[in-house]
Design a protein around this ligand. Structure first.
Ligand code: HEM
Length: 402
């Protein structure tokens, strides 16, 4: 429709399996066409590294091969624990400022605050700097525009690439607004990464012996390639902020509806971090199975997005229909996450469920850190502590399902 190719929607596991088995050596997932176009227009910069969420086939594989050793090592995250703790402490102060002194309830737009917390945390990794977004007092117009652009990016992808839109035939106002958002995302990220590069060079020039130096993720990416570092920083902000803040919001909702589970989780956290000054590290973080279960179960119950897209490399039969090769097939797997046919299997296979890839394991790790650092205060806000009744993860599943 309107210049957009047809898309086949699949909703069953057999068809999803068939598509995955026929995707060839590298996945083809042409989906965010408007975003891809905005980068192709700037071919001078994006020619070699267009970015993970929009690249295809071999180009995607090359970029993954380059960044995997940096992004998929959990030990590369340990240097962020202390600064993330500081960000969370700031967030707690912010909660105390904005909550109602009588009811202790936070304002109705608390999700906006969570979004700023997540942005500040992801930016620490992606841009190697603080943006002072938590209370907004020390933030800059560029930082504010960047946070606005990452939010708008999803809106425009939905409006231009999912909903019927004329932009491929006639350049609509929405198309130009979307291009402006992409341009600003690029301009501001490039500026921040260049500033980080200058600081890194300055730091290096002052040091005689670098043998003991611990490099940040951005520094490691810059050592591979400057353009790659900028594109990866942009994509971490685009892909990492809304996904994480929406998940935190969903976790809070699940816990508010399940006060006993809050209690159980709080007990676990207090065992690992008994005092106000206890510090989260990569060792004690391993002793939080219930927290991980809550995160995974929330992601199952309130999944981010609806699925993913693939283009099979050869003709396939899906539910009895012949689908020609290179067709766009949307795999709606998220609706299966609540399908009772599979639920008993999910429970039996726990704890491996939901953590199939290293990427997701690492992303869960970042999320665990953010959640954990603000957790206790969220409990206070919710004000729904009840007696611990010894419920298990399986009971959470049963309860969340009801
Ligand atoms: C709860 C949090 C998150 C969820 C549920 C989530 C989910 C996903 C999913 C489902 C995809 C695949 C999308 C597709 O089919 O194309 C994806 C890709 C990606 N995510 Fe996340 N994500 C989360 C957090 C993050 C964070 C914190 C970052 C970075 C800091 C991040 C960076 C990326 C990147 C770069 C990709 C593209 C990977 C590639 O194509 O190779 N995500 N994410």
């Amino acid at each position: 429709m309107f210049g957009k190719p047809d898309m086949v929607m699949v909703f069953n596991t057999k068809d999803i399996e068939t598509v995955y088995r026929n995707e060839g050596q590298w996945p083809m997932a042409k989906f965010r066409i408007s975003q891809t176009l905005s980068r192709k227009i700037r071919g001078d910069f994006f020619k070699e590294t267009i970015g993970l969420p929009v690249s295809q086939g071999e180009q995607w594989s090359k970029m993954r091969t380059a960044v995997n050793p940096v992004l998929l090592k959990p030990q590369n995250l340990s240097m962020y624990l202390k600064p993330l703790q500081e960000i969370s402490d700031e967030f707690i102060k912010r909660i105390k400022e904005i909550r109602d002194p009588n009811t202790l309830e936070v304002p109705a737009d608390f999700d906006r605050e969570l979004n700023r917390l997540t942005f500040e945390s992801v930016a620490l990794v992606a841009l190697n700097r603080k943006l002072n977004l938590i209370n907004g007092a020390g933030s800059s117009p560029d930082a504010e525009r960047l946070i606005e652009c990452t939010r708008l990016n999803f809106d425009y992808v939905f409006k231009l690439d999912i909903q019927p839109s004329m932009w491929r035939l006639i350049r609509t106002p929405l198309y130009y607004q979307s291009m402006k958002v992409q341009e600003d995302l690029f301009r501001i990220t490039q500026k921040y990464v260049n500033e980080a590069l200058l600081q890194i060079k300055e730091k290096k020039s002052k040091k005689v012996n670098n043998n003991e130096e611990i490099y940040s993720i951005l520094e490691k990416l810059l050592l591979i390639d400057e353009k790659l570092a900028i594109v990866m920083a942009m994509d971490m902000l685009i892909a990492g902020v809304d996904t994480t803040s929406v998940t935190i919001t969903a976790i809070l909702l699940c816990l508010a509806k399940n006060p006993e589970k809050q209690r159980l989780l709080r007990e676990e956290i207090f065992k690992v971090l008994p005092t106000k000054d206890s510090v989260l590290d990569d060792k004690n973080m391993k002793h939080l199975p219930y927290l991980r279960a809550v995160i995974k179960e929330t992601l199952r119950y309130y999944p981010n997005g609806t699925g993913t897209l693939r283009c099979p490399k050869q003709d396939v039969i899906l539910s009895g229909y012949k689908v020609p090769k290179d067709s766009k097939v949307f795999l709606n797997f998220n609706c299966l996450l609540r399908d009772e046919t599979f639920l008993h299997k999910l429970i039996n296979f726990y704890p491996n469920v939901g953590c199939a890839t290293k990427t997701i394991r690492n992303l869960n790790l970042i999320l665990s850190v953010i959640c954990l650092l603000v957790w206790d205060h969220v409990f206070v806000l919710a004000n729904v502590w009840q007696k611990w009744n010894g419920s298990s993860y399986f009971e959470i599943v049963a309860e969340f399902q009801s």
